[in-house]
Design a protein around this ligand. Structure first.
Ligand code: SF4
Ligand code: FE2
Length: 627
């Protein structure tokens, strides 16, 4: 077993940038140089431009804005607005999935692939399921889920999944999320000029708005995606740019919403389309993915992962990409001008993410099949426009086993600690592995890439050290793709583990880093820790489990961080969320919030120290439990 190193990946990127230079392409590597050094006021979060008396910047000589707001109020408001942006984004993705569920029909483009899961959720929500037509039920659940976004009264239906203790903490702290959209609106109201400037109030709402994402909109996204497209089960796939095939029409799906990518995969599988591709001179069609949409189709279909966030320009630079098809979020506007340097069609599909220099083919649940056909055909017909002398696909890929939903983890780990292999249907065997010390704990590795951190380096190095220390890793988003590209999701990576974790990997036949899905699927991790807490009789905050986003960059990541912390999981960041300008906000996030939710943030930019601090925290939690 041989890992792919970051150095090897960087060499491949450099070779692609040479192609780029030939055609006059720009790239993030150059734009970073133009933007450095960054604005110090922005970095510290001390610039306010929420009213037109400003912008105001806080300095020792000017400690208050024109309205009199101090630095803590300004940093806190900026932090809450950042959170609201992320919560709105995940939740709107979730809303689209709920909407798609409403379009499910036995003879339509979208079907109910996991009826048992739909019935389980309906029962949880107190909906009559006996003798019901499954599509009838799907439509009722779609309406109910959509009303979670704007209901007049009450708190999120999903909160009941948390252990009672956690629910009580939320209630007592006044941070139970109400209607999903309301928490975003409330955040934007609070941050308006002349509303909240008290740090405690701003951070409380940051947690509540985060919870409305993780235990609201994102959970809707994950759960109803499973209902529609199937709950992920372990499946083999491959990762890194070498999954693109030079002789084939290459369609790269990028973005987040499986409503689009599932249809593209469905259509590209059609023998008629494959025949058409052959007619146009290709050998076949290869779909691969970038970012979370890639995670979605990898988890359910084994579609290979071409790369993660900071590799999105690389897929075009191969010169072998006929179409990069995007929906929403994390899409570089740079893909527009870049695609013009090649034959690549940059196809935007969502009214939410419209970009210059793209071909816009609007996609909606009602017209899904027909639009997906149009998109795949556009890609096929573009094959002939390829410039063969520009084609270079790095010969670099790794095997990966993905698809570890909570359901799959419970099923796979069931019985590993028990020679009779009795199936418990719970997380108890995993709890046993942890309490006996065979596994020391677990880390949820999540989040993006960020040029401020050597891309993928932090993800990969942290994971290597964690598994060597018998700490199992669950990963999602671009972090999961970093692991897959490096080879850490190959079952053979068990050789990099400590003896205990290696044994578990062998018995359960799993890789040491488990792919739990996309970023909205961090809601799966919330369900998993809740189950672990219930099955062990411990509080979530007592479990030797921490979260980590070493290379995060987006507003979504801050929303996630807030709900992970608010769920009782200490969270470690490798990039500062623009709060260093306020001692009070920093103190609240790194310590004060512990009084409300039993967990807090640690920000540590030194990667070696970051991993050591996580291991230390896990061992502290073990000591406190006497295990
Ligand atoms: Fe300046 Fe206050 Fe307006 Fe912000 S809200 S720009 S600090 S006057
Ligand atoms: Fe993502």
């Amino acid at each position: 077993f041989k890992m792919t190193t970051v150095e090897e990946m960087e060499a491949a990127t450099n070779r692609l940038l040479e192609t780029g230079a030939k055609v006059g392409a720009d790239a993030w590597q150059f734009r970073v140089k133009n933007q450095t050094p960054h604005c110090k006021f922005g970095e510290q979060g001390v610039c306010c431009r929420i009213c037109s008396m400003g912008p105001c910047r806080i300095t020792p000589k000017a400690p208050r804005g024109i309205c009199g707001c101090d630095v803590h109020g300004i940093v806190g408001r900026n932090y809450l607005k950042f959170t609201a942006g992320g919560a709105a984004t995940h939740s709107d993705h979730g809303r689209e999935i709920c909407n798609t569920l409403g379009h499910a029909a036995p003879d339509g483009a979208y079907k109910v692939k996991d009826p048992a899961k739909l019935i389980r959720i309906a029962k949880e929500w107190g909906v009559e399921t006996e003798g019901r037509d499954i599509y009838d039920l799907a439509h009722e659940m779609s309406e109910l889920a959509l009303s979670e976004y704007g209901k007049n009264h009450g708190v999120s239906r999903w909160l009941k999944r948390a252990p009672q203790h956690t629910q009580d903490l939320w209630h007592n702290a006044g941070i139970e999320p109400r209607a999903i959209d309301r928490e975003v609106s409330c955040a934007l109201h609070m941050t308006h000029m002349g509303c909240s400037s008290k740090p405690e109030a701003l951070i409380r709402q940051s947690l509540r708005n985060g919870l409305s994402d993780g235990w609201g909109g994102s959970m809707c996204g994950t759960e109803f995606s499973d209902v529609l497209f199937g709950t992920p089960k372990p499946i083999d796939t491959e990762a890194n740019l070498g999954v693109m095939v030079a002789e084939n029409v290459n369609i790269v799906v990028h973005g987040h919403d499986p409503s689009l990518s599932e249809m593209i995969c469905e259509v590209a599988d059609d023998p008629e389309m494959i025949a058409y591709a052959k007619e146009m001179g290709a050998k076949g069609i290869t779909i691969s993915g970038v970012c979370c949409t890639s995670n979605e189709v990898a988890m359910r279909r084994g579609i290979p992962m071409a790369g993660n966030f900071l590799q999105q320009e690389n897929v075009v630079l191969t010169g072998a990409c006929e179409a990069i098809v995007v929906d929403v979020q994390c899409i570089f506007p740079a893909l527009g001008p870049l695609s013009k340097c090649f034959h690549t069609k940059f196809i935007t599909t969502s009214p939410i993410a419209q970009m210059p220099d793209s071909d816009y083919i609007e996609f909606s649940a009602g017209t899904a099949l027909e639009k997906a056909k149009e998109i795949v055909k556009t890609a096929i017909e573009n094959f002939k426009n390829r410039k063969p002398d520009l084609v270079y696909i790095p010969d670099m890929k790794q095997k990966a086993t993905v698809g570890y939903s909570v359901e799959a983890i419970v099923k796979t780990l069931d019985g590993v600690t028990n020679s009779q292999v009795d199936k418990t249907g719970t997380t108890k065997p995993l709890v046993d592995c942890i309490t006996s010390g065979v596994i020391r704990g677990a880390v949820a590795m999540v989040g993006c890439n960020n040029p401020k951190i050597r891309p993928d380096y932090a993800h990969i190095e942290l994971m290597k050290k964690l598994i060597a220390n018998d700490i199992i890793v669950v990963a999602s988003g671009c972090s999961a793709q970093a692991a897959a590209k490096a080879g850490l999701m190959d079952k053979a990576a068990k050789d990099l583990c400590g003896a205990g974790l290696k044994r578990v990997c062998e018995l359960a036949d799993i890789p040491p880093v488990l792919h739990m899905g996309s970023c909205v699927d961090i809601s799966r991790m919330m369900v998993l820790v809740s189950e672990l807490a219930k099955d062990s009789g411990l509080n979530i905050s007592q479990l030797p489990v921490v979260g980590c986003a070493p290379e995060w960059m987006s507003e979504k990541a801050v929303s996630i961080g807030n709900y992970v912390v608010a769920t009782g999981i200490d969270t470690f960041l490798g990039v500062d969320p623009y709060v260093s300008g306020s001692t009070e906000i920093t103190e609240l996030l790194t310590s004060g919030v512990k009084d409300w939710v039993e967990a807090s943030y640690t920000v540590e930019k030194d990667i070696d120290k970051l991993v050591d601090k996580m291991i230390e925290r896990i061992e502290e939690k073990r000591t406190a439990l006497g295990i």
